[in-house]
Design a protein around this ligand. Structure first.
Ligand code: HEC
Ligand code: HEC
Length: 400
């Protein structure tokens, strides 16, 4: 009997110490029992928030500053919450859908009361990491700006713009704060993110910005192939074949590096740099790719007022491009085939046409791709899809 008692004690102690050892045990009590029960009535959230920092293929670690996981969790709930709109039907996620790389599959998305916007939704997963790519709030002055016309400087300013846009969510920020206060599930989330439950306009936009900044995509077949080449000591992505690519993907990569990389970026990791006519390199934030001879949308010119910017638009990075059709600022092309056809035969003689798309006599350059070229280019563009992130629970709709 005595032995049995001793044994029971030893087992109990061993179990106790073993459980203390596991860090995850603390995570289990991340939210108080009452808070987690309240959250679970409305939301499908893990018992502890995940690490939101975008990670590189091959376990190379995070690429940007650490993301605050409590603010990002709050921001994710706000991002998916339709109550934040005038008619209660439109959340950020209506036009930025995870399955379409956080873009939309229509040319122009519908906002409140079925109002249509003017431009195509931008796929938020077209960049390797929002935080490292964009925004003066993380990168200081000179950082890449938001929207097709580069009009917003910070992720918070961008969110404010979407919430108050009459064709998107059509709310004013004071109404948003009141709406957030009225939903019981925000109290525990604010307490975690900001240490108290006070709801302010700035906190709302700060949290949404934290979630948007956590979005990133670094695990496409292209990334994995670059990683594998590096492991083999081959660091030149532009001139050397990727050993895990098929022959057509490698031919497509060569065509891309030669004809597209100077604007859209060579490694799909860093911000595109472009060669100037003088032979120097500068960051390319916007350009005309000759969609129209007479553009109806002023684009960046509408933001800066400069003649040289009229009809120019943000040069997007092409990550997950196969998932974010339709294409261009107005969603005019339904397929990648049509995009390639544009560069092959369709470039128009626009006054601000980028010099890389002009012949020496100033006429629009026509790439005149062969059918095989076109197939190879598309095979390459398809390697930029990151399937893991498109289904990643961390970014999924949390509402029950
Ligand atoms: C009704 C559809 C709609 C809603 C709702 C919407 N967006 Fe957008 N979003 C767009 C469109 C369209 C653009 C491109 C607009 C432009 O460039 O003029 C865009 C652009 C953006 C960009 C710029 C991306 C870049 O690379 O420059 C970000 C970030 C963004 N939206 C985040 C959000 C957030 C956060 C919310 C919610 C607060 C939101 N959007 C709500 C349609 C929408
Ligand atoms: C001179 C710079 C330049 C070159 C070279 C260039 N592009 Fe573009 N590309 C742009 C700009 C600017 C846009 C956005 C235009 C707009 O929407 O008004 C764009 C848009 C795109 C889009 C649509 C992106 C989206 O999210 O809707 C695709 C796809 C694309 N380009 C592919 C290519 C391919 C493939 C090549 C090479 C054959 C290429 N581009 C060469 C500047 C360039």
């Amino acid at each position: 009997m005595k032995h049995l008692l001793t044994l029971a004690l030893v087992v109990a102690l061993a179990t106790f110490f073993a459980s203390c050892d596991k860090g995850s045990n603390f995570d289990y009590y991340y939210y108080s029992a009452e808070d987690y029960a309240l959250l679970s009535e409305y939301l499908n959230l893990p018992e502890a928030p995940p690490d939101f920092s975008p990670q590189r293929a091959g376990g190379l670690g995070p690429v940007s500053k650490a993301i605050d996981r409590d603010k990002a969790t709050l921001g994710k709930v706000l991002f998916y919450d339709k109550k934040l709109s005038r008619d209660g039907t439109v959340a950020c996620a209506n036009c930025h859908k995870q399955e379409f790389a956080f873009g939309d599959n229509t040319a122009v998305s519908k906002g409140v009361f079925d109002r249509s916007g003017d431009r195509n939704s931008i796929a938020l997963m077209s960049v390797p990491s929002f935080a490292s790519d964009y925004g003066t709030d993380l990168n200081g002055p000179g950082a890449k700006r938001f929207f097709w016309d580069n009009r917003a400087e910070t992720a918070a300013a961008q969110s404010r713009g979407s919430i108050t846009n009459p064709k998107e969510m059509d709310m004013d920020m004071a109404e948003i704060a009141a709406m957030v206060r009225a939903q019981p599930y925000y109290e525990p989330l604010f307490r975690k993110a900001f240490k108290d439950t006070e709801v302010t306009e700035d906190r709302v936009t700060e949290a949404i910005a934290e979630f948007v900044n956590s979005i990133g995509s670094l695990n496409s077949r292209f990334d994995q192939a670059v990683e594998e080449n590096r492991r083999q000591g081959i660091f030149d992505v532009i001139n050397f074949s990727l050993t895990t690519f098929t022959p057509d993907e490698n031919r497509g990569k060569s065509l891309y590096m030669l004809n597209c990389g100077s604007c859209h970026g060579f490694d799909q990791i860093s911000t595109p740099f472009s060669q100037t006519p003088q032979g120097t390199f500068e960051q390319l934030t916007h350009a005309s790719n000759g969609l129209d001879a007479q553009p109806s949308d002023a684009g960046v010119g509408g933001t800066t007022g400069l003649n040289t910017d009229m009809g120019t638009f943000k040069v997007p990075t092409l990550r997950n491009i196969a998932k974010s059709a339709p294409y261009m600022h107005d969603g005019r092309f339904a397929t990648l085939e049509q995009v390639i056809e544009h560069y092959s035969t369709g470039i128009q003689p626009h006054a601000n046409l980028h010099f890389g798309l002009k012949n020496t006599d100033g006429t629009p350059r026509r790439f005149n791709f062969t059918e095989d070229n076109k197939k190879d280019l598309i095979a390459f563009l398809n390697t930029l899809t990151d399937e893991s992130i498109l289904a990643d629970e961390r970014y999924a709709n949390p509402f029950r």
